[in-house]
Write a protein that binds this ligand. Sequence first.
Ligand code: HEC
Length: 124
Amino acid sequence: MSVGLGTIRSAGRGVLVISLWALGATVAVTQESDDDVREGRALYDSHQCWQCHGYEGQGSVAGVRIAPTLYPYEAFARLVRHTNLMPAYSPNVLSEEQLRLIYAFVQSILEPPPLEDIPELDFE
Ligand code: HEC
């Protein structure tokens, strides 16, 4: 009888451990991508992207709108790495990892709501 009880207890603990582990893994993944976005924003600021593209990638007089982006990372990186109307950022100035973090930040910027859905802009 005591053997039976022991088996039930350890089975119960096993299930608990597994469910906590699964929860921990989910939290860790979300945490990491939030950190990427935060670091990406800091790099976007320190590498002066905002001067031409605006703080939210919305564009300005000097640079086009870059967020939200539909570009896959490779296309995004090519545009940043090669001189066009924008000064090129070489890997000496901006590492591959830093550019990936900036891309994570740009990707995190969502499409704004349509103008007609913003009550403050309804002047009727
Ligand atoms: C000195 C102003 C300036 C700065 C600083 C700058 N850009 Fe640009 N960027 C531009 C201009 C101008 C274009 C348009 C280039 C063209 O059409 O040939 C552009 C184009 C781009 C494009 C392509 C957009 C498209 O759809 O064609 C991306 C992506 C981009 N920039 C990302 C960045 C990132 C990331 C940074 C910071 C690491 C940055 N830019 C810093 C001026 C700037």
